[in-house]
Design a protein around this ligand. Structure first.
Ligand code: GLA
Ligand code: GLA
Length: 678
């Protein structure tokens, strides 16, 4: 179990380093990430490198038995780079330049940035690839974090090349994008611009491609660095730190290129539900690369600095969130950063060694957690034993974040609410992509899968016919991969297994909801939230075998395509009173259910609870309070009480830390335990 954080010794006088290392040992630190923002210190000018200080840092850490996850230092070019090469700077949608003076001031597609980064990394790797302190490489930092999209001339050139590679000739692009509408027909790739500010909404297929291009461009930066490291003969794993369900990068594709997954997560201590968002993120990280444990690369010991109000963590909360990560597949717990910065934008951000010194709860808790990690069992697997798959993908997220739909919906928030509904019921889930093999799951939940490829539709249909239970919700299977309608209207891909097709989406006025509870590193992330409700119908009640629920966003009118389709639930209020709201259809050896709305939180729990029971899936454990979270990793259950009051849970097994036989456990606020049930 790795334990540590970002170590940025370039901020400190060398006399502090000795104390750092002594304190790291006291805290049980096993590994630190070095050099993440050290480009300006390593390379004071083009062609000039200063390594001696870094040699001493790495040697000191090695002598002290502390491993290094070596950062590649490419995340923030120094001012000399952007002064000498201003053409590498990124631009916003108005063409305005983002200048240096903060961090991450580079266009991801800039050939100059790539050359400078590659040169730096080639030197770094050649100097340190055999250094005995190094155990892992971490490329760049949070790709795309602050600058989600770049619209510079670099992006224009690269986007054109990307489109040319995808479509071959411009007529194919014209057909895919439907450019006969609004006189958008292109005669050459050179006419295409990267979705800069336009008078009105952009071509939806073009927008979707621009988001795919952005993800691919960032990924090229990662693979460039990975290939330099591996090409130099280093055998250590190469990774980068992801940011949960991050908008600009399709992490399904990224994970395939990474040796292991790392995540940064800053659950908001002010948000009493942020532990659920964190649980979702951790399930996603485990699911991105199910066979390899992931590492929590960054979290905060206490408060961050970048929210409007930055609450400290409550006593016990830091350990509870750390155990949550481990219980959901992590083999390492790290913080940003080791020693709190005295200067710079993050001087109010907590660290492992706080400004207030060692007689603080923060330091006490850092030492305590380091000690605790040493007592944990060794996990041989990340397997959660989940019988349910929650299916998500970036295409639907990207397409739904563009305008011009029946109603604005926030795909990310809704997917997290579906996960939370399952989480509240102790129903364990893996997260999968619509084209993944789903055959191991008893229930697949497919919420608002707006973009559905032919391959995904075939995959999901095959899953049903082979005996699975599929729950599809409103606004799924609407468009193809180019955000265009298929011949035959809506619900074309899945209609054979569903036995229904949507005739009309029946948009409702969206409920007003706060954006709150952001997950990883959403420093500057867009806070997409549906606009406030105006007058009009804002919900439709429904009832069915799950009980009663309130439907929001859509009350879809369904066409039943056969006599065998069962209508299990009906709308009980609004325009569609009396019409089908939940259907079920037998197909092959399985069953596909369609829910013609998106329920509120209680409704999501009711419907998923019903669907799980239909599919024969039981909660992992019965607990008396839904703020007690239970996860499973191999034959170890992790129980955490995120609520305010002590809760007693009956669970039999042996305590994975003490070996004691257990029948009941009482968990105080933020109390946790790991129980061997094997
Ligand atoms: C305007 C435009 C039309 C169409 C409609 C849609 O009237 O002239 O081309 O966009 O709005 O409401
Ligand atoms: C991100 C960055 C870190 C730091 C933290 C602060 O995760 O990677 O460098 O800025 O946010 O929360």
């Amino acid at each position: 179990m790795h334990y540590g954080g970002d170590y940025n010794p370039e901020q400190w006088d060398e006399s502090v380093w000795q104390e750092d290392v002594r304190l790291m040992r006291e805290a049980g630190v096993t590994m630190v990430r070095v050099g993440v923002f050290a480009w300006a210190r390593i390379q004071p000018a083009e062609g000039v490198f200063d390594w001696e200080w870094l040699d001493r840092v790495l040697d000191l850490l090695h002598r002290s038995g502390i491993q290094v996850s070596m950062a590649t230092a490419t995340a923030s070019p120094p001012p000399w780079a952007t002064t000498n090469h201003p053409e590498m700077l990124p631009a916003d949608e108005n063409g305005a330049t983002y200048w240096h003076g903060s961090r991450q001031a580079y266009a991801p597609s800039s050939p100059v940035y790539r050359r400078l980064a590659a040169t730096l990394l080639t030197e770094l790797v050649s100097r340190y690839k055999d250094h005995p302190a190094i155990a892992m490489w971490v490329a760049n930092n949070e790709y795309g974090c602050h600058l989600h999209y770049d619209y510079s001339d670099n992006a224009a050139t690269a986007f054109r090349a990307w489109l040319q590679a995808r479509y071959g000739d411009i007529d194919a692009l014209n057909r895919a994008w439907g450019t006969m509408f609004w006189s958008q027909r292109y005669t050459s790739f050179d006419e295409i611009v990267p979705m800069r500010k336009a008078p009105y909404s952009h071509n939806p297929a073009g927008m979707l491609d621009f988001k795919r291009f952005t993800s691919d461009t960032l990924l090229e930066l990662f693979t460039m660095e990975r290939d330099i490291i591996k090409g130099a003969g280093s055998e250590h794993p190469v990774t980068t730190n992801l940011m949960g369900f991050f908008a600009p990068a399709d992490y399904w594709r990224w994970a395939e290129e990474m040796d292991l997954v790392c995540d940064d997560n800053y659950a908001d201590p002010n948000d009493p539900e942020s532990f659920r968002t964190a649980a979702f993120t951790r399930d996603l990280m485990r699911s991105l690369k199910p066979d390899v444990p992931w590492i929590l690369m960054e979290q905060a010991t206490n408060a961050v600095n970048w929210r409007p109000a930055n609450a400290p963590k409550a006593p016990g909360q830091m350990a509870a969130l750390s155990m949550q990560a481990i219980g959901r597949g992590a083999d390492g717990i790290n913080f940003f950063q080791w020693r709190q910065s005295r200067q710079g934008s993050e001087r109010f951000h907590s660290g492992m060694v706080p400004h207030a010194g060692l007689h603080t709860r923060t330091w006490h808790d850092v030492v305590g957690l380091g000690g605790t990690l040493k007592t944990l069992p060794r996990f041989s697997t990340t397997d959660a034993g989940a019988r349910i798959a929650l299916v998500l993908d970036w295409d639907s997220r990207w397409a739904l974040s563009s305008p011009d739909h029946p109603v604005e919906i926030d795909y990310e928030q809704l997917v997290m609410r579906w996960h939370a509904a399952l989480h509240r019921q102790q129903l364990l889930v893996d997260i999968r992509h619509p084209e993944h093999d789903l055959s191991g799951y008893d229930l697949v939940v497919l919420p608002h899968a707006y973009v559905l490829t032919d391959a995904a539709a075939a995959n999901l249909s095959a899953y049903v016919r082979a005996g699975g239970t599929l729950l599809v919700t409103a606004f799924s299977d609407v468009v193809d991969e180019h955000d265009g309608f298929r011949e035959g209207g809506f619900t074309v891909g899945l209609r054979d297994v569903l036995g229904v097709a949507v005739a009309e989406f029946g948009a409702l006025v969206p409920p007003a909801r706060s954006a709150g509870g952001g997950s990883a590193g959403d420093t500057g992330a867009e806070a997409a939230s549906p606009s406030a409700a105006g007058p009009g119908e804002d919900h439709a009640d429904l009832s069915g075998p799950f009980g009663r629920a309130r439907g929001e966003y859509f009350a879809e009118e369904l066409q039943l395509l056969g006599d065998d389709v069962q209508v299990l639930g009906r709308f009980t209020s609004g325009r569609l009173t009396g019409l089908p709201a939940l259907t079920s259809n037998a197909a092959g050896d399985g069953r596909a259910c369609y829910l013609a709305t998106i329920p509120d939180d209680a409704g999501m729990a009711a419907v998923t609870g019903w669907a799980a029971a239909q599919a024969g899936v039981r909660p992992v454990l019965d607990v008396p309070d839904d703020r007690v979270e239970v996860s499973r990793r191999g034959d170890v259950l992790t129980l955490i009480n995120h609520g305010g009051d002590a809760v007693t849970v009956s669970v039999s097994g042996t305590d994975a830390v003490t070996g004691d036989i257990v029948e009941n456990v009482t968990l105080e606020r933020f109390g946790w335990t790991m129980i061997h049930i094997g």
